[in-house]
Design a protein around this ligand. Structure first.
Ligand SMILES: N[C@@H](CCC(=O)N[C@@H](CS)C(=O)NCC(=O)O)C(=O)O
Length: 254
C-alpha cells in the first residue's frame, strides 16, 4: 500500500501537533495502522491547496456564504481519492480499509456518533475564549497573522483582548469546568467496560475529544496553571484520555 498523504497545520513547538480537527485523522490513521506521510501547510496556503494543487471543492461554506477551506485533507494514491472534513475522511477510511478490530465507526454507530459530536460541540463552547487566544502564540509567523486576523473578526474584538481576566476569568473558567463535567458524566465505564466512549476500544468519538485535549494542552503549555488544573478535573479524565490514546499518536510529527 502506498502511504496516504495527510495535510496538517504546523506550529512552532518542536515535536508538537496542535490542531484539534487534524488530530482526529492523525489518531485515526495510526489506530487503523495505515501508512501515511504528513504535508505541513500554513493557514494562508490552505485555500490554494484546495483550488490550485488538489483541485477539490471547499470543505463547507462560511456563514457569510464564502467557501471554507480547512484541514484535515487526505489524498489516497491507492484509490485516487482526495477528500476533506474529518468525519467524512474517517468514514472513508473505515469503508476503504475495513478492519472490525479497528473500526472508527463500529456497526450502527454513525448516527449515535453524529449526535455525540453535536452534543459535545454545543456544550464545550465556554472553552473557546481560553484556548483560541493561546493558539496564536504557538503558530509560525504566516499562520499567526492569518489566525489573529480571522479570529479577531469572529470574536468581534482583537484576539489579544479575548482571554478572560479578573472576575470574568473565574466565572468563565468555572463554566468551562462544568461543561466538561457534563461530558465526564456521560462516561459509564462500569457498563461499557472501558476507558473510552464505547468501551474498551477507541472510536472516532474519542479522537474528537482527544484532539481537543491535545489542542488545549499544547496551546496552554504542559506546565501552565490552566493545563495543570484542567488535567486534574474530573478525576484526571482528560489527561488520562491523552495518555490512553498515546499508542495512536504516531511519530510523524513536526
Ligand atoms: N469540519 C471540518 C473542520 C476543520 C477545521 O475547521 N479545521 C481548521 C483547523 S483546526 C482549519 O483548517 N481552519 C481553516 C481556517 O480557519 O481558515 C473537519 O471536521 O475537518
Amino acid at each position: 500500500m502506498q502511504p496516504i498523504v495527510f495535510y496538517d497545520i504546523p506550529c512552532k513547538i518542536a515535536g508538537a501537533t496542535w490542531s484539534p480537527n487534524t488530530w482526529r485523522i492523525r489518531y485515526a490513521l495510526n489506530y487503523k495502522q495505515l501508512p501515511y506521510t504528513t504535508v505541513w501547510i500554513e493557514y494562508p496556503d490552505i485555500a490554494a491547496l484546495y483550488t490550485e494543487t488538489l483541485k477539490i471543492p471547499p470543505c463547507s461554506t462560511r456563514r457569510d456564504g464564502s467557501p471554507y477551506y480547512c484541514l484535515p485533507v487526505i489524498h489516497d494514491p491507492n484509490t485516487g481519492t482526495t477528500i476533506s472534513d474529518s468525519p467524512i475522511i474517517a468514514a472513508y477510511l473505515d469503508k476503504t480499509y475495513p478492519d472490525p478490530e479497528r473500526a472508527l465507526f463500529p456497526p450502527n454507530t454513525h448516527t449515535l456518533q453524529k449526535a455525540f459530536r453535536s452534543a459535545y460541540d454545543e456544550i464545550t463552547g465556554p472553552m473557546a475564549p481560553f484556548v483560541i487566544p493561546k493558539v496564536a502564540d504557538i503558530l509560525r509567523a504566516p499562520s499567526e497573522v492569518y489566525f489573529v486576523e480571522t479570529r479577531s473578526k469572529s470574536f468581534g474584538k482583537p484576539l489579544r483582548e479575548v482571554f478572560p481576566t479578573g472576575e470574568e476569568y473565574t466565572e468563565k473558567w468555572e463554566k468551562t469546568k462544568n461543561a466538561f463535567g457534563k461530558i465526564d458524566a456521560w462516561y459509564c465505564a462500569e457498563e461499557s467496560g472501558g476507558p473510552f466512549v464505547a468501551g474498551r476500544n477507541p472510536t472516532f468519538a474519542d479522537f474528537v475529544i482527544g484532539g481537543e485535549m491535545q489542542w488545549t494542552r499544547v496551546a496552554f503549555g504542559e506546565d501552565s496553571k490552566e493545563w495543570k488544573e484542567w488535567a486534574s478535573w474530573h478525576g484526571g479524565r482528560w489527561a488520562k484520555l491523552i495518555e490512553d490514546l498515546k499508542p495512536y499518536e504516531g511519530e510523524d510529527q513536526v
